[in-house]
Design a protein around this ligand. Structure first.
Ligand SMILES: CC(C)(COP(=O)(O)OP(=O)(O)OC[C@H]1O[C@@H](n2cnc3c(N)ncnc32)[C@H](O)[C@@H]1OP(=O)(O)O)[C@@H](O)C(=O)NCCC(=O)NCCS
Length: 288
């Protein structure tokens, strides 16, 4: 019988973490990002650094280990949030392991107030550089969060290993990259003369509006669908499930699933917006 999640009688070592990572397909030279619940594994001998070191062992000296370092901002105007943000000191709010990695000597953190990433390893500086410095993409979290110049885009481009320790797609930050990409793809189909207006209607700061948001409960449904496609691998670290999917097929297949059946996944508000956006677009007869 498997121990219950978080059973403190189960001890987890650095080697256990490295071994589990290898078993879900992590290889030397990989870039890896993980979401986590430290307490889910049991007792991690040596604390948070043990997990980080175990992953670093699995990716080796050419590899990179990253975490999201999102912050706990009170609801406020965008300029106030961005003014308060300091990449060197603003704590990460998304788990003890993320804060431990951010604070480790040699860690780099991307400079973006809402969806920063911290990383250690061979490509850490490259992964985190210039977050939002180009290729802006609309989203309710600013246009910089999931820009073409961002760690999130690079995780996809590098086909990073995207992992979850004791948590699921429920907390998958990459969902917002998928949403921003869906919006961007739809906007390219809008007639140029109305693109700016339609983009302006799509999303405001922390106001999703018609933005193509994926409902929280649907994220785990997507996880099951991607697992059925054979691209999600699962293993164990102590008493927690370790889940791993490659970022590129995760994002591409997720977009394909939603675009194949937008009525199932997206809000009526978005569908109306998209209907208006598509009218008179390329390939559509212009009314009047
Ligand atoms: C919210 C969340 C972080 C809570 O997980 P958690 O395990 O309770 O909390 P942390 O990872 O911060 O770890 C702290 C816990 O580890 C425990 N802990 C401390 N040292 C430990 C050790 N050596 N071994 C095991 N557990 C330990 C702490 O006691 C604490 O548990 P407690 O609150 O029961 O006392 C997790 O459920 C989650 O959602 N993670 C993903 C977040 C994310 O990536 N979000 C992205 C945007 S949505």
């Amino acid at each position: 019988m498997q121990p219950e999640v978080g059973d403190r009688n189960v001890q987890v070592t650095r080697d256990d973490v490295a071994q589990a990572a290898r078993e879900v397909g992590i290889e030397p030279g990989d870039t890896l990002l993980f979401h986590s619940a430290l307490s889910s594994m049991g007792t991690v001998v040596g604390g948070p650094d043990t997990v980080i070191d175990g992953f670093l062992d699995a990716v080796g000296p050419e590899g990179t280990v990253a975490v999201p370092t999102l912050c706990n901002w009170p609801p406020d105007e965008q300029h106030l949030v961005f003014e308060r943000w300091d990449p060197a000191t603003t704590p990460s709010y998304v788990g003890t392991l993320t804060e431990a990695l951010r604070r480790r000597p040699g860690a780099f953190r991307s400079d973006q107030a809402t969806h920063s990433v911290a990383a250690i390893g061979a490509r850490a500086e490259e992964l985190t550089a210039g977050h939002g410095s180009g290729g802006l993409r609309l989203s309710p979290f600013s246009e910089t969060a999931f820009a073409h110049e961002s760690p999130w885009q690079r995780l996809v481009d590098w086909n990073a290993a995207y992992c979850f320790i004791g948590v699921t797609f429920h907390v998958c930050t990459m969902v917002h990259f998928v949403e921003a990409s869906l919006a961007e793809r739809m906007l390219t189909r809008v007639a140029p003369e109305k693109r700016e207006r339609m983009a302006g209607e799509l999303a405001g700061w922390m106001k999703p509006g018609p933005f193509p948001s994926i409902r929280i409960d649907d994220r785990e449904v997507i996880q099951e669908m991607l697992a059925a496609q054979g691209i999600v691998k699962s293993g164990r670290i102590g008493c927690a499930t370790l889940t791993c999917v490659r970022a590129k097929p995760m994002v591409e297949n997720w977009i394909a699933i939603v675009e194949a059946n937008p009525e199932m996944w997206l809000s009526q508000e978005y569908l109306s917006w998209a209907g208006e956006a598509a009218r008179g677009g390329p390939g559509e007869p212009c009314a009047g």
